[in-house]
Ligand binder design. Sequence first.
Ligand code: ZN
Length: 312
Amino acid sequence: MQPMLLLNPVFKQRIWGGDQLKAKFGYEIPGDDTGECWAVSAHPNGDCTVKEGIYEGATLSELWEKHPELFGNPREDRFPLLVKIIDAKDDLSIQVHPDDAYAKEHENGSLGKTECWYILDCTEDATLVAGHNAGSREELSDMIHQGRWTELIREIPIKKGDFIQIDPGTVHAIKGGLMILETQQNSDITYRVYDYDRLTDGKPRELHVAQSIDVITVPAPTAQESVKDALNLPENKMNELISCDYYTVWKLDVEGSFSFEQSHPFLIMSVIGGEGSINARTIKKGDHFILPAGFGSVEMQGKMQLIASCAK
Ligand code: ZN
């Protein structure tokens, strides 16, 4: 039987970051401007290491390369997903990601990016940006060039436990006061649409206006189509939140005991609340791990909430 791979997160300081990753998750953070916890990542900018057991100290990218059997002998040359927790004290810039086809043609063969967010915590009247109000590409272009941001940008109210899929072409932004768990394709092609006219070191950050107008989906799907309430789903069940071309994501609320067979090439799990055990090993809020291929039967006990994902 293969062991569970418990990972050490990598932390990133950001101008918009805060101290909630320590306050709410108990992590040792590098400063009170810590914006991101890269919880399950094999990205060169933050490659997680295994915390314990026979693979202790190995990076996830190393395991992917040298022990493909742990991941069901994948064809891809790199670990396909990236799971992060984001603590936004201030607003992030408004962005859009291209799809695979556009990125391949315009970004040196890169992949596009699809991502999704589970709202871990937020302030009472929190919002996020998802979508826009332009009716045609021409109107979109006019609104961007004329700086009619409040008219263009669609801000939607959000609460703890909401889940939102951000497909390529979706104008989106995390607003201050949000703590989210993000599951995404392991890629980083981002076009910045608008940065609230802020200055960094005296200068505005670069915007990618032409690319943004090319890739933004017009018209945008409605807010109701985008947001799903995932707070109180049936207990002891893998509740599917989304299944797209790149990943499937589930919410699992364990209450007492729950068992299942690990039948995916590999399964990523993040404990987002509570505590318990998995095959007799204690786990708690803030732990992130991978159940590899061949892990076999999974016995969970306790009272805890998890977000799980697997790659397609
Ligand atoms: Zn994004």
